[in-house]
Design a protein around this ligand. Structure first.
Ligand code: TRP
Length: 338
């Protein structure tokens, strides 16, 4: 049964999940999903992924990979409603309905579309819509449907998604104005994560920089990756500044306060880079080992994973079908006899 406010977030199904995702998105979402005061909806935004990928194997593989990753990292499908967007047809149905009351002008202002048009402009292409597909253009409407199909109260997202939540509120308000109060206006919860995790080259860890440490690497590969982390060329015995060090920054995201203090002392005493990397590796490996084992178990039992998601979709549709019933009634798409 649902309790308290509904917190809903979509997970993009692309790329191999890395430590930056773990610390920045997966762990905080799992932690907040444990709150007894709210009910949590988490879904794989697989229809969104078609905007970027038209490769069926990639589309399918990414969805599988991300589902397995979240469960391996500790998501509990019995306390969260965890589902694939594509298993909830009410969302697609609502997307059409919303698109009929959403001004094209509102979509013209969406960041992703504007960026694509601006790119054409910069390249001197006169058709600013060149290469822009309707999926990209309509993206904010699908996102509004994801949220409104559940009447979510709170939507935790990164800052880059703030505009989409504002658009969702605009769309919901317009619907309510036209047809009566059906939708809740959702609030964005913008994570104020400071201190981004660096990748092995020191830039923000991101698949677009090709500098990530994947979560489920085998031990040997993990060690290899840690060995690649960029440092300066200070010799062993020379005191080192932890605040400017990539090894230290990653360590800090995984170690306890007293462990961090200990390493800081070793830096002051001139720890060798190879040694610092060993300390980081040991810490990471200890924490990632159970996740790696869980992950292996999950990917070896595809049937169980499928069942988990189907059960999630059944739970999700219990909520969404009631809301869609209200939507259909409100707009006049309903039975002739009542
Ligand atoms: N667009 C979001 C992102 O790129 C993912 C997403 C899809 C989402 N649908 C959503 C997030 C609904 C919150 C609510 O991160």
């Amino acid at each position: 049964m649902e309790k308290g406010k509904k917190v809903l977030t979509g997970i993009t199904t692309s790329g191999t999940p890395h430590l930056g995702n773990l610390v920045g998105a997966i762990q905080p979402a799992i932690e907040s999903s444990r709150s007894k005061a709210t009910s949590s909806f988490l879904f794989l935004a697989d229809y969104h992924s078609l905007i970027k990928s038209q490769d069926p194997n990639l589309t399918h593989g990414s969805s599988f990979e991300i589902a397995a990753a979240w469960l391996a990292c500790g998501l509990k499908p019995d306390v969260v409603t965890f589902y694939r967007q594509s298993d909830v047809p009410e969302i697609m149905e609502l997307a059409w309905i919303l698109s009929c009351i959403t001004a094209k002008g509102l979509m013209n202002r969406a960041h992703a579309y504007k960026a694509a048009a601006a790119m054409n402009h910069e390249q001197g292409i006169s058709d600013l819509d060149k290469g822009v597909f309707m999926g990209l253009f309509n993206y904010p409407i699908l996102m509004a449907a994801d949220i409104l199909a559940f009447n979510a109260d709170i939507v935790p997202v990164g800052n880059d998604q703030k505009q989409h939540i504002e658009m969702t509120r605009d769309i919901a308000a317009r619907f309510n104005h036209l047809y009566g109060e059906v939708f809740t206006l959702p609030e964005a919860l913008i994570s104020e994560r400071t201190g981004v995790l660096p990748g092995i080259d020191g830039q923000k860890m991101s698949k677009s920089y090709n500098n990530t440490i994947p979560i489920f690497l085998e031990e040997k590969s993990l060690l290899k990756m840690v060995r690649k982390i960029k440092t300066n060329s200070l010799e062993p015995g020379v005191p080192k500044d932890p605040t400017a060090c990539n090894i230290f920054k990653i360590y800090k995201a995984f170690a306890s306060k007293s462990e961090v203090d200990d390493l800081e002392l070793l830096y002051a005493n001139g720890i060798a880079w190879g040694e610092a990397k060993n300390v980081l590796f040991e810490q990471l490996n200890t924490q990632l080992k159970p996740l790696r084992e869980k992950h292996k178990e999950i990917i070896e039992d595809r049937k169980k994973l499928e069942e988990t998601l189907i059960n999630g979709a059944v739970k999700a549709r219990k909520t969404a079908s009631v809301i869609l019933q209200n939507v259909r009634q409100a707009i006049g798409i309903k039975s002739f006899i009542n």
